[in-house]
Structure formats: C-alpha cells, structure tokens
Ligand binder design. Sequence first.
Ligand code: ZN
Length: 291
Amino acid sequence: MELISRYLILIMVCFSIAAYTLTLNTGNDPEITILLVSVVCFLIALWLERSLPYRKAWNLAQQDIGVDLTSAGILVAIVEPLLKVLLPLIVAVFYASQRGGLLDGVLPLWLEIIFVLATVEFGKYWSHRLHHSYGPFWWLHAMHHSSERMYTLNGLRFHPLNYSLNFVIAMTPVMVLGVSPEAIFAYLAITQPVVLIQHANINLKHGWLNWVFSTPEVHRWHHSTQPSEANRNFGNALLIWDHVFGTFKAPEGFTDEKEVGLFNSSRASYPAKQCYFSQLLSMFRAPCCST
Ligand SMILES: [Zn+2]
C-alpha cells in the first residue's frame, strides 16, 4: 500500500505506455488497448477508494449516483463516439481544399508525442479556464463542480456541451496540423490513467509527482467551494500550463474542514440536487450561474 500511495499514477502511466508500445509493435488496435487500460485503471480506483480512502464520508452516496452514472453512460456511449467521428470528418473536409497538414510526416514520433502533449493540454487548460471565467460557460461546467464529494465517477460528470467544447478546442489544432494518429493515441495512453484517477477518493501521497500530474491531491483544490482556491490547477492530466500561467496550487493545506462543490454564488441557483436531465436543460432557463 505504501508503494501505491506514493506512485499509483506513475505506475498506471507506465503500465499504459507499455501496453500501447506493445500494441504498436504487434499491429493491434490501439483504441481497444487504451479502452482496456482505462477499464483496468477505473476498477483499481474503485477498489482503492474502499481500501485506501482519503475521506470515508466521500464513499457514501449523496443522491448523486444516478446523475453520475447517467452522465458517464451518455458521454461514453453517445458523446465521445460522435466526436471521434465528426471531428475527423470536418478535418477531412478541410483537407479537401488544402495540401495537407504542416506536420504531416515531418517530425519523428517521439517529438510528435511531445508536441501533442503540450498542444492538447494547452487547449484543455484554456477551455477549462474559459468555463470558469464566463457565466454561460460556467453554467455548463457547474454540472461537473456540483458534486459535494470527490470520487471516481466525478471524472465522468460533465455537461455534453462542456465535454464537446473541451474536445474540439483541444483536438482541432493537432488534427488540422496533420499529427499522426499514433501520436494522438500515445497522448491518450499517457493521460487517460491520470484523468481516471484524478477525482478518486484515494489517500495518495505523491510528493514531487503532484508538480507534474493533475493528481487527486492537487485536483481537490480545484473543486473547493472557495473561488480563490478553485480557480487553480486547471490542467487536464499535466500541470505544465498551470506552472507557466501561475495557476498552480500545491497540495499542502487542504485540511479536513475544506469542502468541495459549487461556489456560494452558484449554489442557490444551480439545480445540483435535481436529476441529470434537469441539470442538462437548466442552461435554457434563467437565471444563468454567475462565477
Ligand atoms: Zn473546473
């Protein structure tokens, strides 16, 4: 348990990279590999929440399981597959009138992977900040922040429009530039384990890794009910852009008294205790959330 507590995310990322490398070398489907690795990470997170919880109270349902499971099902079964089909189609139409992407076959794979890591994380960072900065976008993002506990399923509680905007803003540049599918799949192999563990209620002590990855320890700040604490650590899986733009907040100081959930300014108006579809459609009803 000591090893897991200190290095869980690093172990997961290395396992995922190894599985992806094996897939590339054997010619198997990388999408299936990443899906299987994601399922393994998800199940391990659920097990560790029981055997190594950060807060035992966060393992108790708060009338949120229905919302979270519905959201997870819709994202995984409908939104994500649609985005994976539609965005490449749009980019293909773009290429019909162009000569091809600037980076098409230019860089070695390892350099492409670094480029994709930096570019996609940059897009996700700014998409996330946008959702914290403007009322209508915050209204969409409030679904993600409305849970009053941190646990694995939080990571899949997103308004479909919020999720789609993140995806399009982050992925369009690398696709238009003609980055190879291998590099994009490598990005997913590296980041998916982090994203799946990020909200988990696991008592990790990751030390220096908290400065690199968006671990549960640093991501808790992002879900604080205090705007000055929550408008930090926007990174999707890596924290590079939080360091660059000065929004990184170290894990120390998140005491037992700290609460997670919506800010006071949103709590009265956002229908956090209502069902998924009521929250989904609330964007069409006044009043819109303020940040
Ligand atoms: Zn947020």
